[in-house]
Write a protein that binds this ligand. Structure first.
Ligand SMILES: [Zn+2]
Length: 494
């Protein structure tokens, strides 16, 4: 399946050895991007629904009833296609009313290297970085949610590092195009510093900042570097819990990131039996092979934390226990003694049977770790979304429709911020914008003032991986999908 191929590529791009540098003695940092996923159109939420009344029935040429899904309104009827033949399609009742404009272009671009602070953060932003509205407030919100879901507390161990430092620089991976917006990221635990890229700042569905802040939270708790299974498992599982929490309690903010299911997908182990070939303690010491899981020990750690949370009611107790029993004293242990403590602390915290119960539990819960190739973002509780473009590895503007489906219910999408980003920040011509969708559903198009332009299903076209419906967006600032259903949706330059 081509979809599977695309997915594997995407996961391969994510594959990381984390750039976490939680080394009290001041270790070096390696740099990788995490939580960066594939190129995807970010869809962020805003408030207030626009009401509609009048309707317009729209058919599409050249489709059959078998291809029609996710439509609402009257039963299927026969219509005349452009080619003069007849085809059975399901008409959709589409409002012809105007909408109230929303999502004004409020993103700003740093003119020079910029430093500023908020309550818990100090920001160092390079020149020419796009900052979404309420940038610092969004970091503060993450800070609060991360403490809430983990039960841990961010705390500085030295007045020199009283605030968490966020460094944003433009640096790309080797081979990436120069205008790529994401690149290496790291967390330096002792220095309480996180480095990310412009595209990680609440754009492009990236959750890199959450994962990196989790490493700082871990370091704040124990001032300690752990093996990959424990440290990356902790960081990724904390990210998963944050995303879950936001999906339930703050959907508008949550829509800035990938759905929590994306974490599960990136932690996929192709054949679970490979996990059971060695003990988890062995995987802590030797790492989980890339051939078994593209994210290696992260995937084992994610399952271990899930197990501890589900069976023992805490996935963090090993961390606080470590600080209690084996706190850093300034004397270096040998590598083996240090590793033995890391293995021991899990049974210290959860009991001697803890490790033995892990694999049987995973076997019973394998289904919950089966990555969904068609990750679904659930936007049914949002009436309005603000789209942001994403610049990934090769610096393109689009998402891959097969990788990110979404559930919707009468959803209106604002392209105002998207166009502002393209023209003011990336200096590209936005007249070639097109919308691609996988489902045969009608949408209404509106101009910058919210004036109804027309309703359309788009032209059925062969896309990169599958057939898709393409709609030119020249002069279009809002797109509304009526009814409820599922579709992959992608805005790109033609
Ligand atoms: Zn990490």
């Amino acid at each position: 399946m081509k979809r599977t191929v695309a997915l594997l590529c995407a996961v391969g791009l994510l594959c990381t050895a984390c750039g976490n540098a939680d080394v009290p003695e001041g270790g070096t940092t390696t740099a990788t991007t995490e939580g960066a996923q594939t190129a995807t159109t970010t869809i962020a939420a805003s408030a207030t629904a626009a009401t509609t009344t009048g309707t317009e029935s729209v058919g599409v040429a050249g489709t059959t009833s078998a291809e029609v899904k996710g439509t609402v309104g009257r039963p299927a009827t026969t219509t005349t296609t452009k080619a003069g033949t007849t085809a059975t399609v399901a008409p959709v009742d589409v409002s012809t009313d105007n909408i109230v404009p929303f999502g004004t272009a409020k993103g700003t671009i740093t003119a020079t290297d910029t430093t500023f602070e908020s309550e818990h953060f100090r920001f160092h932003i390079a020149a020419n970085v796009y900052l979404v509205e309420g940038f610092a407030e969004k970091f503060e919100k993450l800070y609060d949610v991360m403490e809430k879901v983990s039960g841990l507390t961010f705390k500085a161990h030295s007045p020199s590092f009283a605030k968490l430092t966020i460094v944003v620089t433009r640096e790309t991976h080797p081979g990436a195009s120069a205008d790529c917006e994401v690149g290496p990221a790291y967390a330096a635990g002792f220095g309480r510093e996180v480095k990310v890229s412009p595209g990680d700042l609440f754009l492009g569905l990236s959750y890199t900042v959450i994962h990196k802040l989790a490493h700082v939270l871990q370091s704040d708790t124990s001032l300690k570097t752990f093996n990959k299974v424990l440290s990356e498992g902790f960081a990724e599982y904390t990210t998963y819990k944050v995303l879950k929490y936001l999906q339930q309690h703050d959907r508008e903010f949550g829509a800035l990131f990938s759905p929590a299911d994306a974490c599960v997908m990136y932690m996929d182990i192709a054949d679970p039996n490979n996990l059971y070939k060695q003990s988890v303690q062995y995987w802590m010491e030797h790492d989980f092979p890339f051939e078994y899981a593209s994210n290696c020990g992260y995937a084992v750690g994610f399952r271990l934390m899930s197990y501890l949370d589900a069976e023992y009611g805490s996935y963090t107790k090993w961390l606080t226990e470590y600080q209690k029993r084996y706190a850093y004293t300034g004397n270096s242990d040998s590598a083996q003694v240090d590793f033995d403590k890391q293995v021991q602390v899990v049974t210290d915290a959860y009991g001697a049977a803890c490790y033995d119960g892990f694999y049987p539990w995973v076997k019973r819960h394998e289904a919950q770790f089966a990555g969904n190739a068609f990750t679904i973002a659930d936007y049914r509780h949002l009436s309005q979304l603000i789209a942001y473009p994403r610049y990934y590895h090769s610096g393109f503007y689009e998402s891959v429709p097969e990788l990110m489906g979404m559930k919707y219910r009468d959803l209106c999408l604002s392209l105002v911020e998207y166009r502002h980003y393209l023209t003011a920040y990336k200096k590209v011509d936005d007249s070639r914008l097109v919308l691609r969708k996988s489902a045969d559903v009608a949408v209404a198009l509106y101009d910058a003032n919210g004036k109804f332009l027309k309703a359309t299903r788009g032209t059925l076209t062969r896309g990169q991986y599958a057939m898709e419906y393409v709609i030119p967006l020249d002069g279009v600032y809002y797109v509304k999908i009526f009814g409820s259903g599922e579709t992959a949706l992608n805005i790109t330059l033609s």
